[in-house]
Design a protein around this ligand. Structure first.
Ligand code: ADP
Ligand code: MG
Ligand code: ZN
Length: 628
C-alpha cells in the first residue's frame, strides 16, 4: 500500500498552494503596512512647511489624507507623516525647495511582477523543498512504509511464480512437507474437506533450530500454492510508536481477509509472541499490544474462509502460551536437524547448482558432517565450489568437500554441536539403553523413534516413547518402570564403557522427580502410607511444590528416594546385561543410521541372534573397531 493511491475525498494539492499564497498576500497587505506605520513620526503641518522651507525634506508623497515625507538625517532616511491640508501653494513650495514629489506608492506600478517574485516563487520553492525532504526521510525510514504510512503493514505478497521455490528444493524434512502439503491441498480443493465437515487448522507453527529450512519451507508453500502469500517478519511489527504494531497486524489481517483464500506467514514470531510477564512495569506495552491484537485477529476470522497462518520460530519455549492454545497455532510442525539420509539429500539438492565430479560420494560427506544443519550443508557445498575455483578446477571434487567440511564445521563448532565418533557411540549406547529397558519391561510403552542427532535443547540424543492410550492413572509398577527406563541410559554406559558421562543429567532429574512424588505425594511407600509430605502450588504455572514435614521426616524421605532410584537402576543394569547382544546390535545400528524407528527397533529386537561370540566386556574392541 503506497500512499500514492489517493483517498476519494482528498483535496488536491494545488488548492493548499493557492490558499497559502492568498494568506501570505493578505498578511503583506494588511499587517506589513501597519508595522511600517509604527516607525513613522507624526508631525503637524506647520512643522512640515518649515522643514520644506529649510530644504531638509528630500521626498514627499502626497496622498488623499496624509502626506508622507522623508528627511535625510546624518545619512539615514527618516519618515514623517502629517495631515494633508488644503494648500494650493504646496506644489510650488516643494518644487522651489527641490523636494521630489510622488503621488502614489511606487510598488503599485508593477504589482503583477512583484506578486510573482514576492509570493509565488518563494512559496513554490519552499513547498518543493519540503516535499523533497519528506521523500528523503521516508526512504531512509524503510521503503514503502515511512512516516506517512505508519500502521500500514508492509507484508510482501507473493503469488505462485515469484518465489520459484518448490517442495522439491527442500530435502529431507518429510514429515513437515507432508503436513504442509495437506494445507496447500486444502487451499486448492477446499470442497474436498468441507464435504466431510473438516476444517483446516487456522495456524501451523514451524518449530526447529536455526538453519533447518523453516523459512525455506514456508517459501516452498508459497511456490506450490496458487494463492496469495503474505510474508512478514515478526520484527517488522515492532514499531517506533505504541499501538502501531497492533495497527499493522490489523491491516495485515484485513488484507488477508480480502484476498482469501490465502496464506499469511509470520517469520520469527518469537519477536512479537514472547511470553507476557505479569510485572506490568516491563515497559514493553507495544509488544504486548501487538501480541494481543494478533491473538484477537486469529480468533476473529472464520477458518472456513481459507486464510491459513503459518509461523516460524526457533524458540518455541519462549512463546506466549496463549498463542499455542487450540484454535490458534494448534498444529506444530517440527523441523529438526537432518539425519544422515536427510543430510545426503540436502547436499545433493544444493550440489545440483554447482558442477561436481562424478566420483563424489555424498553419503561419505554426510557422515562426516553429523550435526550440521541444512544451512551448514548449503554452506559446505558452496565452500567446495569456491575451493575448486581457487584451485582452477572446472568442478568440485571429493577433496574439496572434505576440506570445506572442516572449514565450515570448525567455523561453526562453537555454535552447533558436532559430535566426535566416540561421543556418538556413547550416545548411541545410552539411548538404546533407555529403549531396551523400556521394551523389556512389560508395562513400558514401545519406542517410537530414537535419534542421536544433537538437539538444540542440549540433549545429545532422544528416545521418543509413545503411550498406546492416554494414561491418567499410573500404577506403582508403571512409575517404577519409568524410573528404570530413565536410568537405562546411564546403566548402558556403565556396562559397556565402565565409565559414566555427564549425558544423563536430565534423566537423573526426571527420575528423582518421579521417585520423590511417589513417596511424598502419591502415598506409594509403606513407611509413610497415605500422608502427604508435599503440596503443589501454582498448578498451572510451572507447578512448584512445597514441603510440609519435619526435618527428620525430610531426611528419611530423601533416603527413601535414593533407595528407590538405586533399586530401579540395579534392575535396569540387570535387564541390559541379560540382553547385551541386542544392546550391541541396536547401538551399532543407531550409530550408523543416526535414527531408528520403533518398527526397526522391534524387528532387530525380535530377530534371532546371529552367532556372534558372547562377551560382557566388548568395550575396548567395540570402540576401537568403530572409530575409524
Ligand atoms: P531457518 O529459517 O530454519 O533458520 P532457512 O530456511 O533460512 O532456515 O534456511 C537457510 C538455508 O539453508 C536455506 O536457504 C537453504 O539454502 C538451506 N537449507 C536449510 N534446510 C534445507 C533443506 N531441508 N533442504 C535444502 N536446503 C536447506
Ligand atoms: Mg528463518
Ligand atoms: Zn538419557
Amino acid at each position: 500500500m503506497k500512499l500514492k493511491d489517493r483517498k476519494p475525498g482528498k483535496v488536491p494539492f494545488y488548492v493548499y498552494y493557492i490558499i497559502a499564497v492568498v494568506i501570505i498576500f493578505l498578511i503583506n497587505l494588511l499587517v506589513v503596512p501597519s508595522i511600517r506605520e509604527k516607525s513613522i513620526i507624526t508631525t503637524d503641518y506647520t512643522t512640515f512647511l518649515k522643514e520644506v522651507d529649510a530644504g531638509r525634506v528630500t521626498k514627499a508623497e502626497v496622498q488623499t489624507d496624509y502626506i508622507y515625507y522623508t528627511e535625510n538625517q546624518s545619512g539615514m532616511e527618516v519618515l514623517y507623516k502629517t495631515v494633508r491640508m488644503e494648500d494650493a501653494d504646496l506644489v510650488q513650495r516643494l518644487y522651489k525647495n527641490g523636494t521630489s514629489m510622488e503621488g502614489v506608492v511606487p510598488q503599485r506600478e508593477n504589482i503583477f511582477l512583484s506578486l510573482i517574485l514576492g509570493y509565488v516563487v518563494p512559496i513554490a520553492a519552499f513547498i518543493l523543498l519540503g516535499r523533497w525532504l519528506s521523500k528523503k526521510m521516508m526512504n531512509s525510514m524503510g521503503g514503502a512504509g515511512g512516516m506517512m504510512s505508519f500502521g500500514k503493514s508492509n507484508a510482501k505478497v507473493y503469488v505462485k511464480s515469484s518465489t520459484g521455490i518448490k517442495f522439491s528444493d527442500v530435502a529431507g524434512e518429510d514429515e513437515a512437507k507432508e503436513l504442509l502439503t495437506e494445507i496447500v491441498d486444502y487451499l486448492h480443493n477446499p470442497q474436498k474437506y468441507t464435504e466431510i465437515g473438516a476444517s483446516m487448522p487456522k495456524g501451523a507453527l514451524l518449530v526447529g533450530p536455526p538453519g533447518t529450512g523453516k523459512t525455506l519451507l514456508a517459501k516452498a508453500v508459497a511456490g506450490e500454492a496458487e494463492v496469495p502469500f503474505f510474508s512478514i517478519s515478526g520484527s517488522e511489527f515492532v514499531e517506533m510508536f505504541v499501538g502501531m504494531g497492533a495497527a499493522k497486524v490489523r491491516d495485515l489481517f484485513k488484507q488477508a481477509n480480502e484476498k482469501a483464500p490465502c496464506i499469511v506467514f509470520i517469520d520469527e514470531i518469537d519477536t512479537v509472541g514472547k511470553k507476557r510477564d505479569g510485572s506490568g512495569f516491563s515497559g514493553n506495552d507495544e509488544r504486548e499490544q501487538t501480541l494481543n491484537q494478533l491473538l484477537a485477529e486469529m480468533d476473529g476470522f472464520d477458518g472456513s474462509k481459507g486464510v491459513v497462518i503459518l509461523a516460524a520460530t526457533n524458540r518455541p519455549d519462549s512463546l506466549d502460551p496463549a498463542l499455542l492454545r487450540p484454535g490458534r497455532f494448534d498444529r506444530r510442525i517440527p523441523v529438526e536437524l537432518p539425519d544422515l539420509k536427510g543430510r545426503e539429500e540436502i547436499l545433493k539438492v544444493h550440489a545440483r547448482k554447482i558442477k561436481v565430479s562424478d566420483a563424489v560420494r555424498f553419503d561419505e560427506i554426510a557422515k562426516a558432517a553429523s550435526g550440521a544443519s541444512g544451512a551448514d550443508l548449503a554452506n559446505i557445498v558452496n565452500e567446495a565450489a569456491l575451493r575448486a575455483v581457487r584451485d582452477g578446477r572446472k568442478f568440485a571434487t571429493q577433496a574439496d568437500f572434505e576440506e570445506s567440511i572442516e572449514v565450515v564445521i570448525a567455523g561453526y563448532q562453537k555454535k552447533s554441536r558436532v559430535l566426535s565418533n566416540k561421543e556418538k557411540l556413547i550416545v548411541a549406547y545410552h539411548e538404546v539403553g533407555h529403549a531396551l529397558v523400556a521394551a523389556r519391561q512389560t508395562d513400558s510403552a514401545p519406542v517410537h523413534k530414537i535419534t542421536i542427532i544433537p538437539r538444540t535443547s542440549g540433549a545429545l540424543g532422544y528416545t521418543m516413547q509413545v503411550d498406546e492410550k492416554e494414561h491418567f492413572l499410573l500404577t506403582k509398577e508403571e512409575l517404577e518402570n519409568k524410573i528404570a527406563t530413565l536410568t537405562g541410559g546411564r546403566a548402558a554406559e556403565e556396562i559397556i564403557f565402565h565409565s559414566i558421562t555427564t549425558g544423563a543429567s536430565n534423566d537423573i532429574e526426571q527420575a528423582t522427580k518421579i521417585a520423590r512424588a511417589m513417596i511424598s505425594r502419591y502415598g506409594m511407600s509403606d513407611a509413610f502410607d497415605m500422608v502427604a509430605m508435599e503440596t503443589m502450588t501454582n498448578q498451572y504455572l510451572g507447578g512448584d511444590s512445597s514441603l510440609s514435614c519435619s526435618f527428620e521426616t525430610q531426611t528419611r524421605l530423601d533416603q527413601m528416594v535414593v533407595d528407590l532410584v538405586t533399586r530401579q537402576h540395579e534392575k535396569a543394569k540387570k535387564i541390559l546385561e541379560e540382553n547385551i547382544q541386542k544392546l550391541h546390535q541396536l547401538a551399532q545400528y543407531l550409530y550408523e543410521h543416526e535414527t531408528i524407528t520403533g518398527e526397526e527397533f522391534m524387528t532387530i529386537l525380535h530377530a534371532p541372534l546371529p552367532g556372534i561370540p558372547q562377551s560382557n566386556d566388548a568395550s575396548e574392541a567395540e570402540v576401537k573397531g568403530t572409530e575409524e
